[in-house]
Design a protein around this ligand. Structure first.
Ligand code: SF4
Length: 173
């Protein structure tokens, strides 16, 4: 959710768990007033509307982590379907399980997960999923230029760009 509360502008958010990149408008940005209901009780219609919208939001997981890691910025409002009371409870539970600096632990786990998934993606690019044998030759790639055709300067430039992009993506060994 956008940080609509005006008194939070001076507080910086924890850089270890950045807010998820938003590629399109989220429901909370379109109707921020619903995410700051006057009451959080079970009978609050705004609360139910916000919670239900958050449950369908693709950013909910990262949004929740961000909200939990930034208590000063999320003192009020519904964030990732949680009320302030629920967030306090979740922070206490995380602290009891992972220690005072639970944000560092969670951030390190997330980094490790991201790196592992990047490595898996890289592996499938360089290693065929099915082992290549004489009975299982590689399928011809239709768009690949035939080897007797000289590589044009444009193709060479494209190849170089592709290679550099792949190297940039590859995690450090
Ligand atoms: S989970 Fe809820 S508060 Fe978070 S970005 Fe999505 S709609 Fe907004």
């Amino acid at each position: 959710m956008s940080t609509a509360a005006s008194n939070v502008s001076a507080v910086t958010s924890d850089p270890r768990v950045p807010f998820p990149a938003v590629t399109e408008g989220t429901a909370c940005r379109a109707r921020p007033e619903r995410w700051f209901p006057k009451r959080y009780g079970e009978d609050s219609i705004e609360r139910h509307q916000a919670v239900n919208a958050c449950k369908r939001c693709p950013l909910a997981e990262q949004c929740l982590l961000w909200a939990l890691a930034n208590p000063e910025l999320t003192e009020h409002g519904i964030w990732a379907a949680t009320t302030p009371t629920k967030r306090t409870y979740l922070r206490q539970a995380l602290q009891a399980r992972l220690g005072t600096d639970w944000v560092a632990v969670v951030a390190a786990r997330r980094r490790a997960r991201t790196q592992a998934s990047t490595e898996r993606r890289w592996d499938t690019r360089v290693r065929p999923a099915v082992p290549l044998t004489a009975a299982n030759p590689p399928a011809p790639v239709p768009s690949e230029p035939r080897h007797w055709e000289p590589v044009t300067p444009e193709q060479a430039a494209r190849n170089r760009e592709t290679l550099l992009a792949a190297l940039r993506e590859r995690p450090a060994a």
